[in-house]
Ligand binder design. Structure first.
Ligand SMILES: *Cc1c(COP(=O)(O)O)cnc(C)c1O
Length: 445
């Protein structure tokens, strides 16, 4: 039993036997025969252990403060996934009526669900209140009156947090502190809008202020941005306490913990990040002379991203001469931008390996492309693949669990791939493959 190369990219329970990738002991050759391709393969024990690891890392680092970890469902949500992460002690963070309804349909208690969104509809707010939502995260000043009115109409008090734009924006290694955030989310700290929102909420009998929220970005590998945002929130919490006597109970520091997509990248060391962040928070509370709040976190990508692999079948293989005299092998797969929009959307990089056989051919420079009618339909811009790769081969792309299926489209009317759960009883689809009949069912002729 050998590991695939760069084991840190692959789901925990992945091995290679005689050149064939196995996920939870099942060969992908068998999975391709049984479920077809493309397919997202989910390592269920791997997903559960990542969820538990994130929860423990924050709980241990921040003890004795109370810690809740919310799984950010937008990364990928299905009823089975909601139940698995709930069973590992996580709550669920949602950002639409569809995500909220999915979490509720999974049997998650409304009190263990949060609702985000910069443009929540009245229907979304009502659905949340009707189900005893644990927290609504307020994202604008007009939303305060809207949520209060809906809560009043139901004779309820809505539990809310305020999403604060701290001026810390992070993503990848760089974080840039700006006085004002030119983006749509949250209420600005610098302009005073965040403090104004907090004061309005404290004064409103139909709203219960739980705390302050910050989400600084995604795919972040450097802990400094989190600490800077936490310090800003703790300062605002102290100011609010001074002005109103209300000491907010909780700080939500959001998600955004980075993972490895390519062999060169390393995921965030979550235990080290949580420890340094907890220490920064303790120091800041001491400096401000305020007691420690409770804390919550919202990892999405870091839980589900590394737990899935996309399995493709290779079709056309085409050598293309380059202007510099070199050549590149264009390897077409049976999916593409419809099942993974991230390369086209963000220029995101991925890795791929031949998954169904051994090869002793020398590696050649290759580009993995999809089957869609766009030249930007690229799965992997630059990757080395065995020079004898050919139609019919299986190709596996790791770390596709987050923002893969959840951002999938039916572009070119290509039905969306299934999510196949492995390591939880017999292999089975937890989201079935879409069919052309599904697509035609929406077409009213
Ligand atoms: C997207 C998002 C998350 C999750 O981000 P990841 O990068 O997937 O960890 C958490 N909280 C909020 C408010 C978000 O918008």
């Amino acid at each position: 039993m050998t590991h695939p190369t760069s084991p840190h990219l692959w789901p925990e329970n992945t091995d290679v036997h005689d050149g064939v990738l196995h996920v939870n002991e099942i060969p992908v050759t068998e999975l391709a025969a049984g479920f077809g391709t493309p397919a997202y393969l989910l390592d269920v024990p791997g997903l559960r252990s990542r969820a538990a690891r994130y929860r423990r890392a924050f709980e241990e680092a921040f003890a004795p403060a109370q810690v809740s970890v919310y799984y950010a469902g937008k990364a990928f949500l299905s009823r089975a996934v909601a139940r698995w992460v709930r069973d590992e002690g996580l709550r669920i963070d949602t950002a639409s009526a569809g995500e909220l309804a999915t979490a509720l349909a999974a049997g998650i208690d409304g009190a263990e669900i949060g609702l985000h969104g910069n443009n929540k509809s009245v229907e979304e707010i009502d659905l949340a209140l009707e189900n005893g939502i644990g927290r609504l995260v307020i994202d604008s000043l007009p939303e305060i009156d809207l949520v209060a009115a809906r809560a009043a109409a139901r004779g309820q008090r809505a539990p809310v947090m305020v999403r604060v734009t701290t001026g810390v924006h992070a993503g990848g290694h760089d974080f840039i502190a700006t006085a004002h955030e030119d983006q749509k989310f949250g209420l600005s700290l610098a302009s005073g809008a965040a403090l104004q929102a907090l004061e309005q909420i404290v004064a409103n009998e139909h709203l219960e202020l739980l705390g302050l929220h910050s989400h600084i970005g995604s795919q972040i590998l450097d802990p400094d941005g989190f600490a800077a945002a936490a310090a800003a929130l703790l300062g605002l919490r102290a100011t609010l306490a001074e002005r109103t006597g209300h000491l907010a109970a909780e700080l939500d520091l959001g998600g955004g913990y980075g993972i490895a997509y390519t062999p060169q990248e390393q995921a965030v060391d979550i235990e080290a990040l949580a420890a340094s962040l907890a220490q920064a928070c303790r120091r800041e509370c001491e400096r401000l002379g305020t007691p420690q709040p409770d804390y919550s976190f919202e990892p999405g990508r870091a839980i589900v991203g590394p737990s899935m692999v996309t399995l493709y079948r290779v079709g056309t293989v085409k050598p293309v001469e380059l202007e510099d005299g070199g050549s590149r092998l264009y390897v077409s797969v049976d999916g593409g931008m419809s099942d993974n929009i991230r390369p086209a959307l963000y220029g995101a990089d991925y890795h791929a390996e031949l998954a169904g056989r051994t090869s002793s051919a020398d590696p050649v420079p290759a580009r993995v492309v999809g089957k869609h009618c766009e030249s930007g339909d690229i799965v992997i811009r630059d990757v080395s693949l065995p020079g004898d790769i050919a139609a019919g081969d299986l190709l596996a792309v790791p770390a596709t669990g987050a923002y893969g299926r959840s951002m999938a489209s039916q572009y070119n009317l290509v039905p969306r791939p299934p999510v196949v759960a492995l390591g939880d009883g017999a292999p089975r689809e937890i989201v079935r493959r879409e069919t052309v009949d599904d697509l035609l069912a929406l077409d009213l002729g």
